[in-house]
Write a protein that binds this ligand. Structure first.
Ligand code: GCV
Length: 723
């Protein structure tokens, strides 16, 4: 007790001190959640008039990075620099490191073994009679993660006087996938150009690369795929590998490994071979030599990400080989160096006329058990393509012998680009907590991807990044929350998205409860609002062709049937929805029997997925007692009302944060309301033209004619151009 009180005295951090209004000075969002602004002006780390001290090794690059972060964070938050010390000389010391590198920590005998190298313990201890806080990692990286956690406790105003925290990541590979091209453009990027300045690399290592690494390490991300999955082979040339090596050098102290997307036909394009057949000895030798070259330059290179036989990309099927043949060939080249292959399951073929939702399962399920030990299958959360809502991908419950890795989209390609405030935490949580029933009840997607359900050694979660060269990194302040929640859930996929939102709000804006509560509520409701004004009741893929901006449920202009909205909603005079039941495409059969039975029955299917699994008559009675047509209009209208409510909430929060960020959020919410109204009106106008039903009483008609909405065109939509 005495220890606790003394530590409390040292930091003098009380909730009350955190409740003061944030100083309203200019901010541009660059600091992200690593915003170490004074919690209370002039607050210091004082104990009986003395400043506390920081005891940390400064030998390895990671130790130096950790020391720098703690000094920066603590001096920023507490308003006073912490002197470095080698021994504990006074109360309130912060001791950081590993048992292996610090005799002082070794003497504490904390049980860290079971937490693994990335794990850590944060604990209040007594050293030589002085109360202190120990941050002890299983490795230097674990100690870095622990230090970020400690800073987070301070930033979020949590008590630090009874600490005994034990943390380790549940997922091994926690990776950002950048869809960045070497020309600086970003596929589906809404935050400006790529942050990788390939032209000036390897010589110029922009300071921003270090800030990128800090931000990622602070949430436990330990890998980055630097280039787009549909890029060319140039990244594998020696010139570019040297640039990649420079980035790897910057990221290494922060525990972040570099990975590359590779083009399957690279042996032809840059290797001068006539084939890329994965069973051809010359092709295999080429990849082995390429892997050797990479590891010469980057000894801790992570491995390859591959999009093959998908949307026109080359792959093993070009040679009548399987995905396993292709993935294993690359895996064999990387294995001697400890590298891994992340092979994507996002495949569908226009030659295959069957329901697109079924194709990945059909191609991969028969290959279960055929992949080498260093291969993971990277699978999108749903069977179609990152829509505002989809059921979980059936592969998650169907490949027990293969490690499956989650792929979430962080960039909001289908959820309003940069401007709409849509917090993706609830979407991620909904998928991760879905029960696949693979091994009976409780076989959640989270347990599949963290490897615990089947005991896989490899596990992973990837997020398609929303990061660009915009000053605020993500195109909007609230988009930063999506990067943050991705990292936190990759660390522990059972965390609550609400708790993460609250953490993020406190760190990014203020601890003022009058701000935190309404903003967290607004974030938590934002995804459902977007589902309602875009694609309610299980609809999906209603967006504009190619660029994916705005509503176009009428669109049939795309060259391929399964790129057209009309393919997905199938609205006709009788009803709307895609019949994936046993009377339709029978996609339901790809789920475990109990789930399949539920989805197969219109009456039992959760209404949020109704039109995904069934073609439903317009006059079908919903659980509310209203008709489907009524409910559809009601949901679209509710989505717009929710955004109006978000604007109203925000309008009451003026003055709690800096004016710059406040005003941008306010303006973006106005854009969101305008676009939500457009989505609602365009979709209702179109579906009404098909259903022939009058609008339910009390619901406003669309503001413009269907013809008007259909006539809109959008040149130069961001994230989609002439790559
Ligand atoms: C990287 C969707 C996106 C594409 C993306 C693709 C994929 O189709 O629109 O931009 O390409 O998914 O994930 O491979």
């Amino acid at each position: 007790m005495k220890t606790c009180l003394r530590i409390l005295a040292v930091f003098t951090l009380t909730l009350a001190t955190l409740l003061c209004m944030a100083p309203a000075h200019a901010e541009d969002g660059y600091e992200l959640w690593l915003r170490y602004h004074p919690l209370t002006p002039g607050q210091a780390v004082l104990y009986r008039g003395h400043t506390a001290e920081l005891i940390i090794g400064s030998t390895t690059p990671t130790q130096i990075a950790t020391r720098n972060e703690l000094q920066r964070g603590l001096s920023g938050l507490l308003g006073q620099d912490l002197p470095l010390s080698e021994t504990v000389t006074r109360d309130g010391a912060i001791i950081v490191g590993t048992a292996a590198s610090s005799p002082l920590i070794a003497k504490l005998r904390l049980d860290i073994q079971s937490l693994g190298s990335d794990g850590y313990v944060i604990r209040n201890v007594i050293v030589d009679g002085h109360p202190a806080t120990a941050i002890v990692g299983g490795s230097d990286i674990g100690a870095l993660y622990g230090s970020f956690h400690f800073l987070r406790l301070l930033q979020t105003g949590q008590a630090i006087d009874h600490l005994d925290l034990h943390e380790s990541p549940r997922i091994k590979l926690r990776v950002l996938d950048h869809w960045d091209y070497l020309n600086g453009q970003i596929e589906r990027g809404y935050a400006g150009a790529s942050i990788w300045d390939w032209w000036k690399l390897p010589d110029w290592r922009a300071p921003r690369y270090t800030d990128y690494a800090r931000a990622n390490a602070s949430i436990g991300i330990n890998g980055t795929v630097l280039n787009d999955v549909t890029g060319g082979a140039t990244i594998l040339t020696t010139t570019y590998l040297q640039k990649v090596a420079a980035l790897a050098d910057v990221f290494r102290p922060y525990g972040i490994r570099v990975y590359l997307s590779v083009r399957f036909s690279a042996p032809i394009e840059i290797g001068g071979l006539k084939t890329a057949d994965p069973l051809d000895p010359q092709v295999r030798a080429w990849w082995r030599a390429k892997a050797d070259e990479i590891y010469q330059l980057i000894p801790d290179f992570g491995g390859f990400l591959v999009k093959a036989d998908s949307e026109g990309q080359p792959g093993p099927q070009d040679y009548k080989r399987t995905h396993a043949d292709g993935a294993n060939m690359l895996a064999d080249a990387l294995a001697p160096h400890g590298g891994i292959v992340m092979w994507r399951t996002f495949v569908y073929s226009q030659a295959n006329k069957d329901d697109r939702a079924k194709q990945a399962y059909e191609e991969f399920k028969p290959l279960d058990g055929q992949f080498h030990a260093n291969v993971l299958l990277q699978t999108k959360n749903g069977p179609i393509d990152f829509q505002p809502r989809e059921p979980f991908h059936p592969l998650f419950g169907a490949m027990p012998k293969t490690p499956l890795m989650m792929e979430f989209e962080i960039t909001k390609e289908y959820l309003g680009f940069a401007t709409h405030l849509v917090y993706l935490g609830p979407l991620y949580e909904e998928v991760l907590s879905s029960d696949t029933m693979e091994r009976g009840m409780g076989s959640t997607v989270a347990k599949v991807i963290d490897g615990s359900l089947e005991g896989h050694a490899l596990s992973g979660m990837a997020g398609d990044a929303n990061i660009g060269a915009d000053r605020n990194w993500c195109g909007s302040d609230f988009n930063q929350a999506n990067w943050y929640v991705f990292g936190r859930l990759a660390w522990n996929p059972t965390l609550s998205s609400r708790a993460i939102a609250e953490e993020w709000v406190r760190m990014t804006f203020t601890n003022n409860e009058a701000f935190v509560k309404p903003v967290v509520d607004m974030m938590m409701g934002s995804r459902e609002a977007a589902v309602d004004y875009m694609t309610p009741l299980g609809l999906l893929h209603l967006m504009g062709p190619g660029h994916h901006y705005g509503p176009a449920p009428w669109d049939a202009s795309e060259s391929e049937a399964d790129w057209r909205p009309v393919y997905y909603h199938r609205a006709d005079r009788q009803g709307i929805g895609f019949d994936r039941s046993s009377t339709g495409s029978n996609a339901v059969a790809q789920y475990a029997p109990a789930i399949a039975a539920q989805f197969n029955d219109m009456a039992q299917t959760p209404e949020r997925f109704l039109l995904y699994f069934h073609h439903v008559p317009w006059d079908y009675r919903m659980r509310s007692g209203q008709t489907l047509w009524y409910e559809l209009v009601a949901h679209y209208t509710q989505g717009v009302d929710d955004v109006k409510q978000m604007r109203a909430t925000w309008s009451h929060l003026h003055g709690y944060i800096d004016e710059e960020r406040y005003q941008q959020v306010a303006t973006f919410l106005a854009i969101q309301e305008k676009e939500a109204q457009w989505w609602r009106d365009a979709c209702i106008a179109y579906f009404q033209s098909i259903s022939g039903r009058p609008l339910p009483p009390g619901y406003a008609p669309p503001q413009r004619s269907l013809k008007y909405y259909e006539s809109l065109t959008f040149p130069y939509v961001p994230g989609y151009s002439s790559w």
